[in-house]
Design a protein around this ligand. Structure first.
Ligand SMILES: [Zn+2]
Length: 392
């Protein structure tokens, strides 16, 4: 339950008593005969009804901080403080609860977990990890502790530990963590690549694909490793798998395919890849790559015809922009009027605002591709933002 509702529900009786006592003292009213709700409670409800959550909390927190010592209320307060970023206050509450006399072992475990969460939020990862490892041996907190430990190891980039914790979590819960563990294996594969340990990188990429056969990152890595060892045809075949498994990621490998095709001195390999990719993906950058490659090969008429038909038939702004760019660069004097130049600039600006990547889970947008979303920390949820501006 959300802490704000817990705060509203739990203290009603206690707060009523406290508030009635205040009224009795102040006004000489018999508390037993007073049926009025406590004022802080009423004010909080009013704030909530008007969607003023922060104001509602302020009133409740102030009333409860000094007058309600029950464990549930103090825990709810601590959680709220943590959510509001007031970590020091949350930590103080939880530390004082630990040393409170008469706390049962189970209650102490609850408080320790909350304290570990405070430390995690404050970036004190070692302290959080120690508490969680201690808590993890108790059955009731095993799953919650492992979940937080995985997050800690992710933050520390301790991938081996993250894999070990996630594997246990995968066994004891119904949630399928294989795609996430595959990402951790990919992290290790990239580490191997950077260190020049291709055998280890290959082993990790294979493990990732065993866990998640649709893991785009592992498919890309496997292809890169094959290309590194000179097996370019095999690499292109591996990357082409994305046509079926993850078409939205095809542009991420188009440059790699082009380089391998160059190494094989076979332009047709790259052209074939682009045509197959265009057939299954809505990513207009692939069509631009095809037009650019035709231009590079000196086939400017074919490139312009492609862009023109693409602009006319699909109403593509990207296609029109590139066509205007080509006309501008080729300096076909007289054909490129001032209005055309202006249109090119406007289209370019619109496209630039749209380009980049977006997390399909939280909507985080950025110019770079992230395997782990910087916004919500989910893995493999970031995909290219497709240009959706159409002229017709
Ligand atoms: Zn996200």
């Amino acid at each position: 339950m959300d802490p704000i509702w817990l705060l509203l529900l739990l203290p009603l009786a206690g707060l009523s008593g406290w508030w009635a006592a205040q009224r009795t003292r102040a006004q000489g009213v018999d508390s037993a005969t007073s049926k009025a709700l406590p004022q802080p409670y009423v004010r909080s409800i009013n704030f909530l009804a008007n969607d003023q959550h922060d104001e509602a909390l302020d009133v409740l927190v102030k009333a409860l901080e000094d007058h309600d010592e029950s464990l549930e209320i103090q825990l709810a307060l601590g959680t709220l403080f943590r959510r509001r970023g007031e970590i020091e206050k949350a930590t103080q509450i939880h530390q004082s609860l630990i040393s409170r006399a008469g706390t049962s072992p189970e209650q102490k475990s609850i408080v320790l977990f909350e304290l570990a969460s405070d430390y995690f939020k404050a970036g004190l990862l070692d302290r959080a990890e120690n508490l969680l490892l201690e808590l993890g041996v108790t059955e009731n907190f095993r799953e919650a502790s492992l979940r937080l430990l995985v997050q800690i190891y992710e933050s520390e980039r301790e991938w081996e530990r993250a894999i070990a914790a996630a594997e246990i979590l995968d066994e004891i819960t119904s949630v399928d963590l294989a795609p996430q563990i595959a990402q951790f294996q990919c992290e290790m594969a990239e580490r191997g690549l950077v260190a020049g340990d291709y055998a280890a990188a290959k082993d990790r990429a294979a493990k990732a694909l065993k866990l998640d056969r649709n893991c785009a990152r592992a498919i890309i890595l496997r292809g890169r490793l094959e290309a590194f060892s000179g097996k370019h045809q095999k690499a292109v075949a591996t990357w082409t798998r994305l046509c079926a498994e993850r078409p939205e990621m095809l542009h991420e490998v188009s440059r790699l395919v082009q380089t391998s095709a160059q190494s094989m001195n076979d332009n047709e390999v790259y052209l074939d890849f682009l045509r197959r990719a265009i057939a299954v993906s809505a990513d207009e950058r692939l069509q631009l790559s095809l037009a650019d490659f035709l231009l590079q090969m000196g086939q400017s008429e074919e490139a312009e015809a492609l862009l023109r038909s693409w602009s006319e038939e699909q109403g593509s702004l990207s296609g029109l922009h590139r066509l205007l760019e080509i006309r501008s660069v080729s300096g076909a004097a007289g054909e490129v009027s001032g209005d055309y130049q202006l249109m090119r600039k406007v289209a370019g600006r619109l496209l630039s605002e749209q380009s980049g990547y977006e997390c399909r889970f939280c909507g985080f947008q950025g110019k770079s591709m992230h395997w782990q979303c910087p916004g919500c920390r989910h893995w493999d949820t970031t995909t290219p933002r497709l240009n959706t501006i159409k002229l017709s």
